[in-house]
Ligand binder design. Structure first.
Ligand code: GSH
Length: 214
């Protein structure tokens, strides 16, 4: 029996949710080790020994520790490739496209989506003033990124092709916040193919289970 994977972080937070969605899709057994990010527990010396940059998630299986959510989902999808949903693509060409869109998520989509969510969801909870200029700029930037997605998704059902993969999964946490937490659903819903893609990926049973975790 494979050892249960510990996930340090919080089930309500975006980057840990990326990992949890992957684990549920793959049927990987996990246990959440609660790190309260609003209380700043990610800066405790014990946590910094696991993740020296002081952000969640971190995973641990036996004595193997990993951080960076996208590295984690790549590693565990490969390690458990024979079980659950295949998230990596089958041919080398499919795998290349999964990697390409995972990189687009990390390099183009993430920064403006992250800035919007931090400003409009996290800062209000911490009493930090919202940076209205950054919100406006991020919204415009993200709109342009999503125009590229609209074009891509008019040609294939999912980002890397006609199969659900890590590339799609990686967008679930921030798309969810745009639509359901910060009032920016229009960014998704005003784009016909992006909306159809979002409706499809957000109704996956694994993602619904992530949203039920506390
Ligand atoms: N690139 C990192 C980003 C992790 C990240 O930014 N985590 C946020 C939660 S979504 C966090 O821990 N924030 C706490 C802080 O910035 O103090 C990853 O993908 O794992």
């Amino acid at each position: 029996m494979a050892e249960v994977v510990k996930v340090y972080g919080q089930a309500l937070v975006s980057s840990p949710r990326r990992v949890l969605a992957c684990f549920i899709e793959k049927g990987i057994e996990f246990e959440i080790v609660h790190v309260d990010l609003l209380k700043g527990e990610q800066r405790n010396p014990e946590f910094l020994k696991l993740q020296p940059f002081g952000v969640a998630p971190v995973t641990q299986q036996g004595d193997y520790t990993l951080y960076e959510s996208r590295a984690i989902i790549r590693y565990y999808s490969e390690k458990y490739k024979s079980q659950g949903t295949d998230l990596l693509g089958k041919t080398l060409e499919e795998k290349g496209l999964v990697e390409q869109w995972l990189e687009v998520e990390a390099q183009n989509y993430n920064a403006p989506a992250y800035d919007l969510v931090v400003n409009l969801l996290v800062y209000p909870k911490l009493g930090i003033p919202v940076n209205a200029d950054l919100v406006k700029e991020s919204e415009e930037k993200l709109g342009k990124v999503l125009d590229v997605y609209e074009e891509r998704l008019s040609k294939s059902k999912y980002l890397a092709g006609d199969f659900f993969s890590l590339a799609d999964l990686s967008h679930l946490p921030f798309n969810h916040n745009l639509v359901n937490a910060i009032g920016k659903a229009y960014l998704i819903e005003d784009r016909k193919h992006v909306k159809a893609w979002w409706d499809d990926i957000s109704s996956r049973p694994a993602w619904k289970k992530v949203l039920e975790l506390k």
